[in-house]
Ligand binder design. Structure first.
Ligand SMILES: Nc1ncnc2c1ncn2[C@@H]1O[C@H](COP(=O)(O)OP(=O)(O)OP(=O)(O)O)[C@@H](O)[C@H]1O
Length: 257
């Protein structure tokens, strides 16, 4: 579903991505981990076609970027990121914000078709957010807002859902609620690619992990093979111990690590 071959990106004489090759197949759900500035968001931007590599090839959902209409491919991609939040109108009611996801528009300037509105309401109800439907987006809590964005991304029935730190800024309770929604995505026919700073956010939905350091791939593969203290040390320069609990990894930094 996603194939990146020998991707490099050079900006202002800096090598931001360096010869990354990554294959993500149907049935897999991926987490990308790496320190600040290691290139995670840049990788996501390449998957969504908002950035192009200086060299290498990107193929998403069977379409090779550079040889296809990326706007068409994007109709099958849901993208949740901070920059997306900033582009939404805070005065629009939540149900409308969700509904606009059906057409990949930021706002509607005409009446929203009734069936689209109904679908938005039923997605909100599925996430137990129906009580927010009429509230302006700007008045809902951070945690609610993240779930609203998820509902919005699902409106277009994406084949690929890309999430950039969707739990950033959430308290423990809100984060677990959001993660429960993320884990529930396994009931849908969608591949998830998820960037986070927190290893404990790797809920059972996720099968694969890629570790990135300074624009290079440290490791990529099944989570049990990649989430090892050795590879985490290579990525973060920290000694850790890792425990699995119900198919979810928890990390402990070792003294002096
Ligand atoms: N358009 C650009 N021009 C120049 N440098 C850029 C550009 N886009 C990204 N960078 C640089 O590329 C590096 C990787 O950025 P990126 O946002 O992908 O990292 P990240 O791993 O997502 O970081 P974080 O975890 O802090 O969000 C950073 O050093 C950033 O400053």
């Amino acid at each position: 579903m996603i194939s990146m071959q020998h991707i490099s990106l050079i900006r202002e004489q800096r090598r931001i991505l360096d010869d990354i090759s990554l294959d993500m197949s149907a049935g897999e759900n991926w987490v990308i981990l790496g320190r600040n500035g290691s290139g995670k968001t840049t990788l996501l931007e390449m998957m969504t076609g908002y950035m192009f590599p200086s060299s290498g090839q990107v193929e998403v959902l069977g379409q090779r970027y550079g040889q296809c209409d990326i706007r068409e491919v994007r109709k099958s991609i849901g993208y949740i990121s901070q920059s997306m939040v900033e582009r939404l109108s805070l005065i629009d009611p939540v149900w409308e914000v969700v509904a606009t996801g059906a057409f990949a528009f930021l706002r509607f300037y005409q009446a929203i078709p009734e069936d689209v509105g109904d679908r938005a309401l039923s997605l909100l109800a599925e996430m137990k957010l129906d009580y927010l439907a009429e509230q302006p987006l700007g008045t809902v809590s951070q945690g609610e807002r993240k779930k609203v964005l998820l509902a919005r991304a699902l409106m277009g029935d994406p084949k690929l859902l890309i999430m950039d730190e969707p739990c950033a800024g959430l308290d423990l309770y809100e984060r677990e609620k959001m993660l429960a929604e993320v884990d529930r995505l396994k009931r849908r026919n969608v591949m998830v690619v998820y960037v986070t700073h927190h290893i404990e956010e790797i809920v059972p939905l996720f099968s694969h992990v890629a570790l990135v350091r300074e624009g290079r791939l440290v490791a990529a593969g099944r989570k049990e093979d990649v989430l090892t203290p050795e590879l985490i040390k290579q990525t973060y320069h920290i000694d850790v111990e890792l425990k699995w609990d119900d198919d979810r990894p928890w990390i402990r930094v070792l003294a002096g690590g």
